[in-house]
Ligand binder design. Structure first.
Ligand SMILES: [Zn+2]
Length: 396
């Protein structure tokens, strides 16, 4: 016997007050539920083997699910001869303008789990949670350090350019069906402007934004379960010759940063942070050098939007902001059309982080920190079971 559900596990999950990823609050992750899809232009239905219902976590959720199916679908079982079937003429939560069928995403009729079905089907990316992680140096119109320095005369213009690129990514994410978008500014502008460079009044109303005290300290959204990260406004790693304002973490302090031997910049840090909670990086925007760095690190499935061509540390050939934003909006939409295009990135386990500083002072400051090994006068190394454990040991 089959029960036909409207394909809206997130709607159900949210109604049930869950906090996890699509389908997780009511369904055990990885459960083989015998889901089969049937969809055409008019009907959106999912067949769920009722024998899977015992795999729901709590009896109360089971009852709720059965009760909520008709409520969420906005329809009723059709045909007395098919008491276990529910067909939905129109998906009540489907965003306007999104077309496509489940079959587009899953290619027909086969058992899988709801999270997988959902992640493969952009038209049904109704519950996609998107983290926009951003920096300022890779924004179109920004080429000089003082445009990114809190309090400097050109900073106000810079932060407006920055905020509008974020808005473009939010629009693209929304168009791809994202339902929860959290923006996290990672630009250290100095003083009270650090990680606080977005202009709140200009921000798209459909996102939320985090201001953090220390870079990489806000992980709650990732921990709750985040489907994709979009890196906007990225710059290339320290030492990348053509990369505009190229640096890693601190232009004054860091010479080279390696995770298990791989030379990384800030894209690598974000990719490892997101990967800690199984969240893939699907988009990198910035200059062409930053984009190339992203692809080299996480793979060719990454969508990139180069808003300028790096000519040197303080020079670039740029696409004007108005057009750059259009490209970013389209890029975000494309990136989120396939949540499996890039695997979550990990440098591996155990993980050794090596920092080669430009000077000896930073090493001196860390020399008594438990877990930190002083490799030489300018270099430290930390090894832990995971990247996150190693990072926390020395960074904060
Ligand atoms: Zn920055």
């Amino acid at each position: 016997m089959f029960l036909l559900l409207p394909f809206d596990p997130v709607g159900l999950a949210r109604t049930l007050g869950g906090h996890g990823r699509a389908g997780e609050p009511v369904l055990e992750r990885g459960s083989q539920l015998g889901v089969a899809t049937q969809a055409d232009d008019e009907r959106d239905v999912v067949e769920l083997d009722v024998e899977a219902l015992p795999k729901l976590r709590e009896p109360a959720e089971k009852r709720e699910l059965l009760r909520l199916v008709p409520a969420v679908a906005g329809g009723a079982p059709r045909g007395d001869d098919e008491p276990g079937r529910l067909e939905v003429a129109e998906h009540p939560r489907r965003p306007a303008g999104l077309r496509g069928s489940l079959a587009d995403g899953v290619g027909g009729h086969f058992p899988t789990n709801l999270t997988t079905v959902m992640s493969r089907c952009p038209a049904y990316a109704l519950g996609v949670r998107v983290h926009i992680i951003s920096d300022m140096e890779g924004v179109s119109g920004i080429v000089r350090g003082r445009q990114t320095l809190g309090g400097a005369p050109m900073y106000d213009e810079g932060r407006e350019l920055y905020t509008e690129e974020i808005n473009a990514a939010v629009r693209g994410a929304k168009a791809a069906g994202a339902t929860e978008i959290v923006v996290m500014d990672c630009h250290g502008a100095g003083g009270e402007w650090s990680f606080n460079s977005l202009v709140p009044d200009l921000l798209h109303p459909d996102c939320e934004f985090v201001v953090q005290e220390d870079w990489t300290e806000y992980t709650a959204f990732l921990e709750e379960g985040c489907d994709a990260a979009l890196l906007v406004g990225m710059h290339a790693m320290a030492g990348a010759g053509r990369g505009g304002m190229n640096h890693t973490v601190s232009g004054q302090d860091y010479y080279n940063l390696r995770f298990n031997g791989t030379l990384v910049g800030e894209t690598g840090i974000h990719a490892a942070l997101c990967g800690t909670w199984e969240c893939p990086v699907l988009l990198v925007t910035g200059d062409d050098v930053a984009c190339e760095e992203g692809k080299t690190l996480v793979g060719g499935g990454l969508t990139t939007v180069a808003v300028k061509k790096g000519l040197g540390a303080t020079s670039a050939r740029q696409i004007p902001p108005v057009r750059a934003r259009e490209l970013i909006e389209a890029g975000a939409r494309t990136a989120l059309s396939d949540l499996k295009a890039v695997d979550p990135w990990s440098p591996g386990s155990p993980c050794e982080i090596t920092v080669e500083f430009k000077h000896t002072l930073a090493v001196d400051k860390l020399r008594f920190r438990p877990g930190v090994e002083r490799v030489d006068d300018r270099t430290i190394s930390v090894t832990a079971e995971t990247w996150w454990e190693a990072w926390k040991t020395f960074y904060f």
